[in-house]
Design a protein around this ligand. Structure first.
Ligand code: GUN
Length: 283
């Protein structure tokens, strides 16, 4: 039977440590979160971020902007937050409505307040092996999970299914920086199965429920399931067909309770790091 890599337990441990650290600070770390429009999933994520920040004694500012917001309005709001000394981290929830140029928005956030690590400068640093204070939260959480369960990365073949800017690409850099051999697959990949079957570490970030089956897996692989999909009954299911895959692997993350909770824990970790960097500059 596979070892379940319980991101939820690890996230609680990390958040407890952050909470203790924050309790000793006179000025609280503050994260500002901007949400544009009414994407229901985004709204759920935002309320989780706010609740978690509250639980650990951080301040959060939630800025809700209407679906019809234009580029300039959003950029002006970001500039305001860039200039606000009380704000340590800025997050713009993605996806954005289609009239808004996402790249330009992410470029507007001061790199030192870029709590998601999405600014081109921070992504560029990561790609060159210089890891910035804030790295994209889900990939950072995946690395923490591998560390917690003593999974060696060096020399292993890591196969990532999904090439998004939020997960697939940044996790590929993190793994490469830790000396894995990395393959990124995506929707146009031919004979996916022949590639995923080589994976010592398989990361599924496809966005399709139960997409990864037993036939995709090498015996004793380590499987990380980034998927958060809802099935017909409204239940959360991953990108991996857990029941098929679990008997074959050495380690696997459950959904829910695997990668998801780590994303928020890493967001709080990043906020605290940016806060510390900014306080260091004041001294
Ligand atoms: N949408 C889905 N995941 C993320 C994330 O990690 N950060 C932001 N800003 N938006 C997202």
């Amino acid at each position: 039977m596979a070892i379940l890599m319980k991101g939820k337990d690890l996230s609680e441990k990390l958040l407890e440590n952050i909470k203790k650290e924050v309790a000793n600070l006179t000025v609280k770390p503050t994260i500002a979160v901007i949400i544009v429009g009414n994407n229901p999933a985004s709204k759920v994520y935002i309320s989780k971020k706010k609740k978690t920040a509250e639980n650990i004694g951080m301040d959060s500012i939630i800025i809700e902007m209407p679906e019809g917001t234009i580029q300039q309005e959003l950029e002006t709001k970001i500039e305001e937050l860039n200039n606000d000394k009380a704000v340590n981290g800025i997050l713009v929830q993605l996806p954005l409505p289609k009239q808004i140029n996402e790249y330009k928005i992410l470029e507007k956030i001061l790199p030192e307040k870029d709590v998601d690590g999405f600014h081109a400068l921070n992504v560029g640093k990561l790609s060159q092996g210089i890891e910035p204070s804030a790295v994209s939260c889900t990939p950072a959480g995946i690395i923490e999970i591998l560390k917690e369960y003593n999974i060696d990365i060096e020399g292993k073949h890591a196969v990532i299914v999904g090439r998004s800017n939020i997960v697939g690409k940044p996790v590929s850099y993190l793994l490469l920086n830790r000396h894995a051999t990395v393959t990124i697959c995506h929707s146009r990949t031919k004979d996916l199965e022949s590639i995923t079957k080589q994976a010592d570490i398989l990361i599924a970030a496809v966005g399709k429920a139960k997409f990864i089956k037993e036939k995709h897996i090498k015996d004793n692989a380590v499987v990380i399931d980034v998927g958060i999909n809802r099935n017909d009954q409204g239940k959360l299911v991953g990108d991996v067909d857990f029941n098929e895959v679990e008997p074959k692997v050495s380690h696997i993350t459950p959904v829910p309770g695997g990668v998801g909770p780590m994303t928020i824990a890493m967001l709080m970790t990043n906020t605290l790091r940016l806060y510390k960097n900014q306080r260091e500059e004041i001294k």
